[in-house]
Design a protein around this ligand. Structure first.
Ligand SMILES: Cc1cc2nc3c(=O)[nH]c(=O)nc-3n(C[C@H](O)[C@H](O)[C@H](O)COP(=O)(O)OP(=O)(O)OC[C@H]3O[C@@H](n4cnc5c(N)ncnc54)[C@H](O)[C@@H]3O)c2cc1C
Length: 396
């Protein structure tokens, strides 16, 4: 059934897409509605996946219903979360992998791509439904429990958080991290490498830098018992379980059918991210009604949810201006790379690279000991509009 309302579509309902949809719902006139397209049945709170893939009993809290996304003040009846995958974005409509309100195509006035990146399990889930993802995390916890030694491929945030959680939760297991770059937590000021190294030494976590794991096409055994892992520097390491904590692949396929107006591609060929203007509109002038936001946008910033939230507000303001017949003038802020990293169950650190534009030369480091086993997920459920009165609600 066609609606008389004009559609503003956000594709991708993770941290940045959901904030964009919420910001838009606050400002669009009642002639318009916001549709958030996302194949997951629940919001994936992926900051918790590394922890919940190790520590049992919390995994169901990582998947939050979308039911509270549009609070009553913003007309929840008008706006909607559409559970579907966007197959292709055209200049005026989007094609879905299933029907929604009787059609596989939804027309739009404005569309925001917030499809981020794909992460290898356990950092990202393969399934769209909650029960299968919960079962996956429980299986992973069992595999980890059985193994006497564990090798983690990747010394970025996922690898570092998993290594420190593992060694604290299972002090007798031998944990090794293999990092391809010379520095752990590459992309950050070297002070973060030093801090993580100090923590690894304190806990007894081994690490190798400057070498990659040669992952066999058939993957690694998960049945238990030792096997050898080959590194690109020629060494072999024996382990009983391998966790892959490497790389991110941009989800850019949905714009492949759009023709650019010049020979320049819509996507930066060097990294796969969508080229944008400072207003977050597509760089290509032919597609001024299309925006990209969050990890999929080629902002040049480090990929993180926090700068993505600021971008979401910029997109909402610019779309509001365009609906009102004005020029979109808000531009996304540039900020130095920052991270809130757990280094064990309680120990966590907020680390911010020096703001060179403001003349800083040293990073900002805030060490804390207030970590909770469930990573304070309740506060996040609340931010998604679901308040917890009984722990049974976490199974919704
Ligand atoms: C373990 C871990 C901890 C982190 N901790 C922090 C932190 O403390 N602070 C911080 O700021 N950042 C943190 N980050 C980084 C942060 O998670 C990412 O920057 C953030 O997830 C980016 O959000 P996004 O919405 O742009 O994209 P993503 O989170 O990548 O989400 C993209 C969404 O789009 C959907 N999608 C993809 N393709 C389609 C399609 N065709 N149709 C419809 N939907 C589609 C996906 O299902 C997904 O839900 C962390 C990352 C990890 C892995």
């Amino acid at each position: 059934m066609a609606s008389a309302l004009r559609n503003i579509i956000v594709v991708g309902g993770s941290y940045v897409g959901k904030t964009t949809a919420q910001e838009l719902a606050q400002v669009v006139p009642n002639t318009h509605r916001v549709l958030l397209i996302e194949p997951h049945s629940h919001f994936h709170h992926l900051f918790t996946f590394p922890r919940f893939a190790i520590v049992p009993g919390q995994e169901h809290k990582a998947f939050i219903p979308y039911t509270g996304l549009f609070p009553s003040t913003t007309s929840p009846v008008r706006h909607a979360v559409v559970q579907a995958r966007a197959l292709s974005v055209q200049s005026q409509h989007v094609k879905l992998d299933r029907e929604w309100q009787g059609s596989r195509q939804i027309p739009f006035d404005y569309l925001v791509v917030a499809t981020g990146t794909r992460l290898v399990q356990p950092a990202g889930m393969r399934h769209d439904d909650k029960l299968s993802s919960v079962a996956y995390l429980q299986n992973h916890q069992n595999d980890v429990k059985k193994a006497k030694s564990i090798l983690i491929a990747g010394g970025g945030a996922v690898g570092v958080q998993m290594a420190t959680d593992l060694k604290e939760f299972y002090p007798d297991k031998e944990i090794t991290v293999v990092q391809s770059r010379p520095q752990l937590m590459s992309g950050f000021h070297e002070g973060l490498h030093d801090l993580v190294k100090e923590r690894f030494d304190e806990l007894g976590i081994k690490f190798v830098t400057g070498a990659r794991v040669k992952i066999p096409a058939e993957g690694y055994p998960t049945q238990g018992g030792p096997f050898n892992v080959e590194l690109t520097n020629g060494t072999q390491l024996s382990t009983e379980f391998v966790i892959c904590a490497t790389g991110q692949t941009p989800n850019n396929g949905l714009i492949s059918e759009l023709t650019p107006s010049t020979s320049e591609s819509l996507i930066n060929p060097d990294n796969g991210f969508i080229r944008i203007r400072p207003t977050m509109q597509f760089l290509d002038p032919k597609y001024s009604n299309l925006f990209a936001v969050g990890d999929i946008a080629d902002t040049g910033l480090r990929k993180a949810a926090r700068p993505g939230s600021a971008q979401a507000a910029v997109v909402a303001k610019n779309i509001q201006a365009m609906i009102e017949g004005k020029n979109p003038e808000d531009v996304f802020p540039r900020m130095p790379a920052a991270i809130h990293l757990t280094l064990g169950m309680k120990y966590n650190v907020i680390f911010r690279n020096p703001n060179v534009a403001e003349g800083q030369t040293e990073p900002t480091i805030m060490k804390k000991l207030d970590g909770q086993e469930d990573m304070n997920v309740e506060a996040f459920w609340q931010r998604l509009g679901v308040s917890i009165e009984s722990s049974n609600q976490y199974h919704l």
